[in-house]
Design a protein around this ligand. Structure first.
Ligand code: A3P
Length: 326
């Protein structure tokens, strides 16, 4: 196994000398790998995943483009799945940030894949993983219909995604770098040369896969979740194989989950005001950077009429034959 991992590491080093590259928002190189712009450690991670990830038929993957509502879905999925184990007054999410509840696969190294390759405990309990990788990049062992694995995808209006990315980048930007203007990020986003971009290709990949396999992929929209979170909690619970029972419904369980995982509640928790998440590449990300405004339509405060038209035009062109409307 170690020999195989060494081979992947060598292939990765070789690839970096061959792939097209361009500067990302942190002024380091992004590389175009299998149609997606990624930083080198993410490329290594997907290569390792493609070669060494052992799925279990009960695995559930939270998939999204970055800044589309992953933190919210993380909290909801973890809370729904463990609702009979934990009381809301003494819940793990009160002590650790949503990003520490289950692993993101995008920055894994060989030794970490040993950790993610552990068997679920108890044996029939789904393992949860998050990823921003494109559907077509995920190992076919998990995407093929017989794998048993399931995917929850959340998408969001690209204009709000862009604004959220800009704020997130500003928050994490090393002080020695020059300031990052909104125009810069806007152009990178529209051109698709942004981490995990182009946005539209990633969304369409999951949208088409969800049309093909609706039992395997649950496709949510952030804006619809905001409008009716209770309906989405019920759908999620059913999809994850733990439907809300009539007794639970009567006891107000759905409302409790929605309130517990609401933006206002999670943002107000001490752990999300002062705590931080240590990513697998060693980067420390303050939990508060995952909670900004949590609103629909904040783009109106940032985009000019011209910018709005440009993104809407790209979205229209890319999505017009897909049936997907945002
Ligand atoms: P804004 O920057 O527009 O506020 P991700 O979790 O995919 O990184 O996305 C982050 C976006 O989701 C941020 O959007 C953040 O504020 C918002 N968010 C985080 N937790 C949320 C929640 N519980 N409910 C709704 N939105 C949430």
């Amino acid at each position: 196994d170690e020999e195989e991992e060494q081979k992947t590491l060598q292939q990765h080093a070789q690839l970096l000398t061959e792939l097209p590259k361009a500067l990302g928002t942190f002024e380091t190189d992004l590389y175009l790998y299998q149609g997606m712009w990624l930083y080198p450690d993410a490329i290594l991670s997907i290569m390792l995943m493609q070669n060494h990830f052992n799925h279990h038929p009960t695995d559930i993957f939270l998939t999204s483009f970055m800044k589309s509502g992953t933190t919210w879905l993380r909290s909801l999925m973890f809370t729904i799945l463990n609702r009979s184990r934990f009381d809301f007054s003494n819940h793990p999410l009160l002590r650790k940030g949503p990003h520490d509840c289950f692993p993101v696969l995008d920055l894994y190294k060989p030794k970490d894949y040993n950790i993610t390759n552990t068997k679920p405990l108890p044996s029939n309990s789904p393992r949860l993983f998050a990823t921003h990788f494109a559907y077509k990049m995920l190992p076919s062992s998990i995407t093929e219909p017989s794998s048993g694995c399931k995917f929850v995808y959340v998408c969001r209006d690209p204009k709000d995604v862009l604004v959220s990315i800009w704020h997130f980048n500003i928050g994490l930007r090393p002080k020695e770098l020059p300031p990052l203007s909104f125009e810069q990020v806007f152009n990178m986003f529209c051109e698709g040369v942004i981490e995990y971009g182009p946005y539209w290709d990633q969304v369409l990949g999951f949208w088409n896969a969800a049309l093909e396999s609706p039992d395997k992929i649950l496709f949510f929209k952030y804006e619809e979740m905001k409008r009716d979170p209770e309906v989405h909690v019920k759908k999620l619970a059913e999809f994850m194989g733990l439907p809300i029972s009539i007794q639970e419904e009567e006891s107000g369980m759905v409302k409790k989950i929605v309130e517990f995982c609401s933006f206002e509640h999670l943002k107000s928790l001490e752990i999300n005001k002062t705590g931080s998440h240590k990513a697998n590449n060693g980067n420390v990300v303050p939990n508060q950077s995952f909670f900004r405004k949590g609103e629909v339509g904040d783009w109106k405060c940032h985009l000019t009429e011209e910018m709005k038209d440009r993104i809407d035009r790209i979205t229209y062109d890319k999505f017009k034959d897909s049936g997907l409307t945002l």
